[in-house]
Ligand binder design. Sequence first.
Ligand SMILES: Cc1cc2nc3c(=O)[nH]c(=O)nc-3n(C[C@H](O)[C@H](O)[C@H](O)COP(=O)(O)OP(=O)(O)OC[C@H]3O[C@@H](n4cnc5c(N)ncnc54)[C@H](O)[C@@H]3O)c2cc1C
Length: 416
Amino acid sequence: MKRILVIGGGVVGVTTANALARLGLPVTLLEQSVLGNGATHANGAQLSYAYSDALGSPSVLRSLPELLCGLDPAFRVHLSFDPRFWSWLGSFLANCTAARFNANTLAVLRLALQSRASLAALSARHGDLAFDHCGPGKLHIYDDKPKFEAARVGMTLKNAFGLEQRALSAEEAIAVEPALAWTRRKIAGAIHSPNDEAGDAYLFTQSLATIAAREHHLQILTGQRAQSFIKEGLRIRAVATPSGLVEADIFVLAAGCDSSALARTAGVRLPIFPMKGYSVTLPASSISPRLSITDARAKIVFCTLNGRVRIAGMADLGRYDVTVEPDRIQQLMADAKYCLPNAAIWNAAPHFWAGIRPMTPDSRPIISATSVSNLFINSGHGMLGWTLACGSADLLAALITGENPALAADFSLRRF
Ligand SMILES: Cc1cc2nc3c(=O)[nH]c(=O)nc-3n(C[C@H](O)[C@H](O)[C@H](O)COP(=O)(O)OP(=O)(O)OC[C@H]3O[C@@H](n4cnc5c(N)ncnc54)[C@H](O)[C@@H]3O)c2cc1C
């Protein structure tokens, strides 16, 4: 039986290792630190199935001068001399047409819907999968009429795809989520996605790994960094780690933002670039929002998770480091208090965090075979890795084993 090594123990690596081990395959998971410690750790917690919108769009293109000049507090672009940055940016700009935006958004939507089904099946199989899962739905609020109208057009596209979303007036939005009565934002309109869910991705990753080790004999090696692939002819024989070689027959790269550097050691180029974001977690107040809220102006999300409120946002393109920068966290806190003044107990001890999203130029994850016959990729999930993890894992397992050709054929997979 073929031995499989999955590299990277974030939500994508753990779901992938579980999907393969469940099929009875001998799987080892290699993680350089602790499971779920990367971008997965304190993300926005949204299972945002309905909001699959690609980052590259005509409206982003129009606001590019503003973004490059640093006039949008939510975005920062760190210009670099690295040619890979310019190649990524060129490809991103090519994806900002209306046609590419629609195609990329719908491709991610298909994967998101597959993920919703995959997570439901996983939860049904394992009653002890614990991650503060809740299904409150989501409200996207807009203070700008033209942007709200553009969102309505996107909603119509998704409705045609069978997705339940509806447009609400300010009064209707407040009726659905009373916490909005205190907002200082002028609400021009809101998009309600009643079937969106939420859950703690870190707890999920830890819990699923424990279950997979117990029930499917998944072997987990933490504190082991993959340094490079060791090739033999056209195949990979092993990965080098500080404590020696780890051999396998099939390798799956799921190392988030580190995937492109590692893939290069096997001669494979992946267009993945980091986009840094921040979160703060605080105790919930008695009037914290029940639904997940996205403030389209500040581009921040609020989510109440079992007595805690997680607020996440900021998009700093080109930053690989995960230090919590005081000015960015202050901006996040100021935006959050302006949008929902009663969302949390602000004077309680906050947990501040920063992480880096693995972004592709077309906002579609790379779930793929490669030019190296025994190397597969499951990475580049960008802003939606938690949402897309379970479907991506099933898809990659189908691709490797050939066990579910209908699922693999249903998605247009690219080869790298
Ligand atoms: C602020 C913020 C908010 C977000 N909010 C949401 C949200 O609300 N909903 C949503 O769906 N998504 C959200 N995301 C995106 C989501 O968190 C990511 O897309 C997702 O976590 C990516 O998972 P991953 O497993 O690919 O990467 P990671 O979680 O980064 O995992 C990669 C793992 O690989 C390990 N690794 C790296 N290199 C090596 C190596 N050489 N050897 C061994 N191990 C290695 C790392 O230690 C890490 O544990 C958010 C992200 C951020 C930053």
